[in-house]
Design a protein around this ligand. Structure first.
Ligand code: ADP
Length: 483
């Protein structure tokens, strides 16, 4: 029997992406299909999503007033899988990003945009739209969380079992109590086990309180978010639901991330032809204007934010160069970090080079030519770039937190003797710990056989989606059976 699941999210590759959430939502339908699950994805109708539907998409449903806005439900395809799109021009037909304008400022009505999205998703999941039925609904992050609050407090049909996945606890969708009246929920929903949070409204909390099960994207992060530093105010709720919270590590799409057949690379290679990477390194040095050197070429592909530890990397940049490393960085984010990295590049011409912006193809070339990828995150629910690094023989150097702790094996003595080490881990994101990890990495790079061993073990680590797809499918099946 095929299980029919509605996956509700605010982004999905290849249509709209601001981070790892989009990679996961885009990959899930393909990961679940072999496990007997038909996943239908529901996305907001941003301009780029509507454009992908073509001129005359099929209209499945119309709302005269979705929290006051006219809206339509359109049908399409996400790669080869079913896609539903909420076309509500008053909410989503805007230039800029999914959550803010071109300058990065959040839209003031985000509460209404994603409440309406949740209201529509609850109608669809509960069977209120003719011709569509689902066995389970899976909501991703705060933008989709209100789906579960509407199913719980104001259902228009049935209430199927539900899963909510936290891709990043740092983003919760908090608003003042004044928005509650606009949510169209019954008064008793404004309660401590409902949508209320410290006198205001929290979308993520509302979803976590209503979901049948809570998942996050690594087992370590699932444990970490019970603690104040990681739970970001929701640790009490997570502890209270401890038995319902688990972690499933993200996979990577082997069609997109495969050095043996990556069209972005000057030279493709396999675990047996690692020497061919040298051509990619040369090309990358030329592209970034970096001098050749005997030390490792470190790469960074990241949002430039406090979460990602980029301020600490900036502090450690002089040390990295001082011991013979070079650094190529691609990213964008905080203005102070952007200018800080520009200044570091100006101090170390030919040793540090920076590209501010978002460039998918360049990120592939960096993984195919860089020696080591730095991921010094203060917290990291799963992290994807270290997984790409493993697959590309670009040895990850990571802080021991969240998914980074679960996916990289530190090259300590035991791991080295067993031949299973895949990277370098360090504890606590501070200047000393990161500088020490960089020093260790430069030392390891000088031991050619050890380095090759790290590269090969990493390339053998198989973080493809099969395993995670099976884990989600098992969870769905258990919940549907119990319902
Ligand atoms: P997060 O979602 O917290 O930003 P993840 O590691 O989970 O971090 O996912 C980030 C995704 O975005 C990865 O696919 C990464 O390669 C990509 N990415 C981040 N910054 C850039 C950039 N400047 N250019 C290209 N890809 C980027």
């Amino acid at each position: 029997m095929t299980l029919k699941v509605l996956s509700v999210a605010s982004e999905a590759v290849p249509l709209v992406k601001t981070g790892g959430l989009a990679d996961v939502v885009g990959a899930l339908p393909g990961a679940l299909a072999p496990n007997g699950v038909e996943l239908t994805t529901l996305l907001p109708g941003y301009p780029a999503v509507l454009a992908a539907l073509g001129k005359k998409p099929k209209v499945l449903h119309k709302w005269e007033s979705l929290l006051g806005e006219p809206a339509r439900l359109l049908a399409g395809k996400l790669s080869d899988h079913p896609l539903l799109v909420l076309d509500a021009p008053g909410l989503f037909a805007r230039d800029g990003g999914p959550y803010g304008d071109a300058t990065g400022r959040d839209w003031r009505d985000n509460w209404k945009r994603f409440a309406a999205f949740g209201r529509a998703a609850a109608d669809v999941a509960g069977g209120a739209v003719k011709g569509l039925t689902f066995d389970l609904v899976h909501a991703h992050d705060w933008q989709a969380a209100m789906t579960l609050a509407y199913l719980r407090f104001a259902p228009t049909g049935s209430t199927p079992p539900s899963v909510i996945t936290i891709h990043n606890m740092a983003f919760q969708g908090h608003y003042g109590a004044d928005v509650f009246a606009g949510l169209d929920l019954p008064p008793h929903a404004f309660a401590i086990d409902g949508v209320e949070y410290h006198g205001g409204v929290s979308f993520l909390k509302a979803g976590l309180a209503a979901a049948s099960r809570v998942t996050t994207v690594s087992p370590t992060y699932a444990r970490e978010i019970r603690e104040p530093g990681f739970g970001m105010g929701l640790e009490g709720l997570i502890r209270g639901r401890e038995a319902d919270v688990s972690g499933i590590v993200n996979g990577i799409d082997p069609v997109v991330w495969n050095p043996a057949a990556d069209p972005a690379l000057p030279a493709t290679y396999t675990i047996k032809t690692l020497a061919r990477r040298a051509a990619n390194t040369l090309a990358l040095e030329a592209e970034f204007g970096l001098q050749a050197g005997s030390g490792p070429l470190f790469v960074v592909i990241s949002r430039l934010t406090w979460q990602k530890g980029m301020d600490v990397l900036l502090e450690a940049a002089d040390h990295l160069v001082g011991i013979g490393g070079r650094l190529a960085l691609l990213g964008s984010g905080d203005a102070a970090l952007e200018s800080g990295f520009h200044a570091a590049a100006a101090r170390h011409p030919g040793r540090i080079a920076v590209r501010i912006g978002y460039d998918e193809a360049l990120s592939h070339r960096m993984l195919g030519g860089g020696d080591s990828i730095l991921v010094p995150s203060r917290f990291e629910p799963c992290g994807l770039t270290q997984l790409y690094g493993l697959a590309y023989g670009c040895v990850p150097v990571v802080s021991r937190t969240g998914g980074l702790a679960d996916t990289v094996i530190d090259v300590n003595l035991a791991a080295r003797l067993a031949g299973v080490a895949t990277g370098v881990q360090f504890d606590g994101v501070r200047y000393n710990t990161l500088a020490d990890a960089i020093t260790r990495t430069v030392g390891l790079f000088g031991q050619r056989e050890t380095w090759r061993g790290l590269q090969r073990a990493g390339m053998k680590a198989d973080f493809a989606w099969e395993c995670s797809g099976q884990a989600y499918a098992d969870l769905y099946a258990r919940l549907v059976e119990a319902s």
